[in-house]
Design a protein around this ligand. Structure first.
Ligand code: PRP
Length: 228
């Protein structure tokens, strides 16, 4: 049974993937070691009895769901997921690591007006983020066909599945290797500290103490968290 049922325990949901190692480093700097989390195994929960913390490891997209339902008190999650999933959680702090951008990208040869206006043509947009992409084109008044994919989105324009993509760019390597160029930067993104609404009341003091310490670390050394 989850130790999260013990009111003293704080349950923290970490996202696996790109935010996982910077999150571990952040907790190390707080003096909370998650040694077993660094081992390569399939365990998804870890306890630090001394600090009364339980860590759970989620798929990035599921992270805010665990927090919304109170299975976790706190989550560390990408802003892209928060915007796309629109869960009912408090977003309390920008952690300033995991920085990347949501962009509109296209093959270099596509002419600008093809995606600036409709011209009687319905632009095909491949994306893992139909909500973000849909809002973006709606605001521009451009009527598009959204094609939802689950990964390797950069493939879609090359094989004629889509004209353009809306996706995340971090180093820019994937775009470059697939001969796509950024046509517009939609928004900057970074890791966010989220909290369950009820936990924020019932565990207010603990969460705020935590938040203050994290704020201090982030202000001084957020870039260090991403170093190898
Ligand atoms: C993300 C994103 C891009 C890539 C960008 O995909 O969707 O494809 O990373 O990173 P870069 O600018 O550093 O090259 P991810 O690695 O999560 O894999 P996926 O396509 O299978 O979702």
């Amino acid at each position: 049974m989850s130790k999260g049922n013990n009111i003293n325990y704080l349950v923290i949901a970490l996202s696996n993937g790109k935010l996982f190692n910077p999150s571990l480093k952040l907790f190390k700097k707080l003096g909370i070691d998650l040694k077993s989390g660094e081992e390569k195994n399939r365990k998804l929960t870890f306890f630090n009895p001394e600090k009364e913390i339980e860590f759970i490891i989620t798929r990035p997209k599921d992270n805010p769901t665990y927090v919304e339902y109170g299975a976790a008190d706190i989550g560390i999650v990408g802003e892209d997921v928060l915007l796309e999933e629109n869960k009912d959680v408090y977003k309390l702090l920008d952690l300033k690591f995991g920085k990347c951008k949501m962009v509109l990208a296209a093959p270099a040869e596509i002419k600008q007006e093809k995606y600036d206006q409709n011209h009687g043509y319905r632009l095909k947009v491949a994306t893992k983020y139909p909500v973000i992409a849909g809002n973006y084109f709606k605001e521009k008044g451009i009527y598009v066909e959204l094609i939802k994919l689950y990964g390797s989105v950069e493939l879609a324009p090359q094989v004629g599945l889509a004209d353009v993509i809306v996706d995340i760019v971090s180093t820019g390597r994937t775009l470059k290797d697939n001969k796509l160029v950024i046509r517009e930067e939609i928004m900057p993104l970074s890791a966010q500290f989220i909290v369950n609404r009820i936990s924020y009341k019932t565990k207010h003091q603990r969460i705020n103490e935590f938040l203050k310490k994290i704020e201090q670390i982030i202000a001084l050394e957020s870039a260090e968290l991403e170093e190898d």
